[in-house]
Design a protein around this ligand. Structure first.
Ligand code: BV8
Length: 251
């Protein structure tokens, strides 16, 4: 699919593909939350309080210094707690209501898609609002901001960790299986706000494209994926997505 030059025409082309589709997959990354004021990982200002996620979001870092890792997550939770879903998140909720079968796969841990009202969400990397007790194997919601105790403990006395997939850890089998299935079955995959550097998430658009599904990218910048995408919509999610959904609604 070669798109015309003007963004409005490209949006119409993308809307035609989405309107004609029964099964749509959406893959989002930190960029979709950037318009809610949540820093991205790798973009300008993408450092999380001068720490690289790859340095602290690892089991080794937690083993070495759980206090530091929890201080970092507490700081991130405080930043995310004041963030609201933006027009891009809300447009994806509306798209879910229009498309017969839409699966939203997110790499984000901020919970903003669920807060916006998205129903069918696969959280590949977990959620910053849940904690896990490795001793009990239990997961509990914890929205305390700021945390009353750092690092927090389970009632059983053990140290709890964020219920988040760290670098070097496997994405939960159920989540990645469901995401791969949705990507393989999708007639269209809409990829919003990801640098497509982190695997296995970054491989999902390939699954769509290998089965002749169309891959549409929404991002102000070109990414590793741009070569593969059938149509690139250069812009911010909060600007492009509402226009895209409005165009899908128009016959
Ligand atoms: C795995 C939770 C099997 C953490 C995250 C060496 C050793 C071990 C593993 C590896 C290794 N080398 C490679 C790997 C695999 C590794 C990986 O891919 N590393 C990368 C860095 C090379 N992957 C893993 O470890 C995964 N597990 O492979 O298991 C295994 C097991 C053992 C050993 C080997 C393999 C697990 C990955 C999950 C890591 N956890 N998050 C936390 O958040 O605290 S990943 C982290 O990066 C976030 O989830 C984030 O979502 C994700 C991807 O980043 P993006 O979302 O794309 O964000 P980014 O800032 O990069 O880009 C933002 C984009 O938005 C930009 O393109 C920008 O232009 C755009 N944008 C900006 N503004 C806007 C916008 N777009 C739209 N609108 C805007 N307004």
């Amino acid at each position: 699919m070669t798109g015309p030059d003007h963004i409005a025409e490209r949006i119409e082309t993308a809307a035609d593909a989405l309107r004609a589709a029964t099964r749509v997959a959406v893959l989002t990354g930190a960029g979709v939350s950037a318009d809610s004021g949540v820093p991205t990982f790798r973009g300008p200002g993408g450092l999380w309080r001068n720490f690289r996620p790859e340095d602290l979001a690892t089991p080794e870092a937690f083993e070495r210094d759980p206090q530091l890792v929890w201080e970092w997550y507490d700081w991130r939770r405080q930043k995310i707690a004041s963030a609201k879903p933006n027009a891009g998140h809300i447009a994806l909720v509306e798209l879910e209501e229009i498309v017969p079968d839409l699966t939203l796969i997110t790499q984000n841990v901020d919970g903003l898609h669920e807060a916006a009202g998205s129903k069918h969400v696969i959280e590949l990397h977990g959620c910053i609002w849940r904690v896990r007790c490795p001793a009990e194997g239990t997961v509990a919601e914890n929205r305390q901001v700021p945390l009353s105790e750092i690092p927090p403990h389970c009632r059983c006395g053990s140290l709890v960790r964020p219920d988040i997939v760290w670098f070097g850890e496997s994405v939960p089998g159920e989540a990645i299986a469901a995401a791969c299935h949705a990507a393989e079955e999708a007639e269209v995959m809409l990829v919003v706000g990801t640098s497509a550097l982190v695997y296995p998430a970054a491989a999902l658009p390939l699954l769509t494209s290998q089965r002749d599904g169309a891959v549409i990218e929404v991002n102000p910048e070109p990414t590793m994926l741009s070569e593969l995408t059938h149509l690139g919509l250069r812009g911010r999610g909060a600007e492009i997505l509402p226009q895209l959904v409005a165009a899908v609604r128009r016959e």
